[in-house]
Design a protein around this ligand. Structure first.
Ligand SMILES: [Fe+2]
Ligand SMILES: [Fe+2]
Length: 260
C-alpha cells in the first residue's frame, strides 16, 4: 500500500480483501479438524489422529476456537445470532414459512414458536433424528410444551390425523417411496404421543409444516423477534456459556472444528 492509499479511507472491496486475507492467514496458522461424524456423512469411517495431522502440518497448532472460514459470532450469542450466522438458508425459509402459516391460522404463541423452531435440528445441526436433537437444544429455554412438541413431530409426521387436517405428506411418498415404513421406535413414539396432553401442539407442527414450500416466498425473521423475546429465555451469558444441559450443543455449533 503506497502512502497515498494509506491516507484515504479504504473502500469496501479493499476491506473485504483484507478481511479475507486475514482469515486465510489465521487458518493457515491453525489446523481445523473434522469430527468423525463429518466423515461418516461422506460414507467413510476414517479419522486421522492428532500426531498424523501435526506431521502433515509442521509448525502449526490445532484450532481450538473460532474457525475463520465461518462468520464470527458475538461473544454472548442469542438465538437470533444463530439464525443469522450459523443456520442454513433454505431450512430457515422453511421454518419461517411454517411459523407464518401458524400465525395466520391464529394459533397461540407456543404453537407458533414450536413451528418456528421445529426443524432447528435440520437448520443447525443434523437431519437424522432432528426432532430429538432440536428439542434437546432448545429445552432449557422454552416452555416444556414447545420442546415436547418439537421432539414428537419427529414421529407424528409419519402418521396421518385427518380429523386434525393432516394427511401423510405427498412429499414423503416422493422422498422415501411408497413402501417406506417408519422404524419401530418411531411407531412406539407415535403411540405414546397420541395419549399425551400436548399431542395437539405437536400435531399442529405437522399441519403447519410446509412440505412443498416456495423458495421465493420471503418471510423475515423480524416478524418473530418479539415473539421470540417473550417465549425464548435468552441467557445473559449468551447461548453456549450458560451452563445448561444443552450449552455444549450451542458451543459446538459455534466452534464446530475445534480439536477437542
Ligand atoms: Fe421436521
Ligand atoms: Fe418441517
Amino acid at each position: 500500500m503506497g502512502p497515498q492509499a494509506a491516507s484515504r479511507p479504504r473502500t469496501l472491496s479493499e476491506r473485504a480483501d483484507e478481511l479475507e486475507e486475514r482469515m486465510l492467514k489465521e487458518l493457515d496458522e491453525k489446523i481445523a479438524t473434522k469430527s468423525l461424524l463429518f466423515t461418516l456423512a461422506d460414507g467413510t469411517r476414517e479419522m486421522e489422529g492428532g500426531a498424523a495431522l501435526m506431521a502433515k502440518n509442521p509448525g502449526k497448532y490445532f484450532l481450538m476456537g473460532h474457525d475463520p472460514r465461518l462468520p464470527k459470532m458475538p461473544d454472548k450469542p442469542t438465538l437470533l445470532d444463530f439464525f443469522k450466522y450459523r443456520f442454513a438458508g433454505m431450512p430457515i425459509n422453511h421454518l419461517l414459512q411454517s411459523a407464518k402459516l401458524a400465525l395466520k391460522a391464529g394459533h397461540g404463541e407456543k404453537v407458533v414458536l414450536a413451528c418456528l423452531l421445529h426443524d432447528i435440528g435440520v437448520a443447525g445441526f443434523i437431519r437424522a433424528d432432528h426432532g430429538y436433537w432440536g428439542a434437546q437444544l432448545i429445552e432449557p429455554y422454552v416452555d416444556e410444551e414447545v420442546s415436547w412438541a418439537v421432539r414428537a413431530h419427529q414421529a407424528l409426521r409419519f402418521f396421518p390425523d385427518e380429523a386434525a387436517g393432516y394427511k401423510y405428506p405427498d412429499a414423503y411418498l416422493k422422498y422415501f417411496g411408497p413402501d417406506y415404513e417408519p422404524e419401530p421406535y418411531i411407531v412406539e413414539e407415535y403411540k405414546r404421543a397420541r395419549k399425551h396432553k400436548y399431542y395437539m401442539t405437536a400435531r399442529l407442527i405437522c399441519v403447519n409444516d410446509i412440505y412443498s414450500f416456495d423458495p421465493n416466498a420471503v418471510v423475515s425473521l423480524d416478524e418473530f423477534v418479539d415473539l421470540i423475546g417473550r417465549n425464548f429465555r435468552q441467557p445473559k451469558e449468551g447461548l453456549g456459556f450458560d451452563n445448561t444441559p444443552s450449552s455444549h450443543m450451542w458451543r459446538t455449533l459455534m466452534w464446530p472444528t475445534r480439536f477437542l
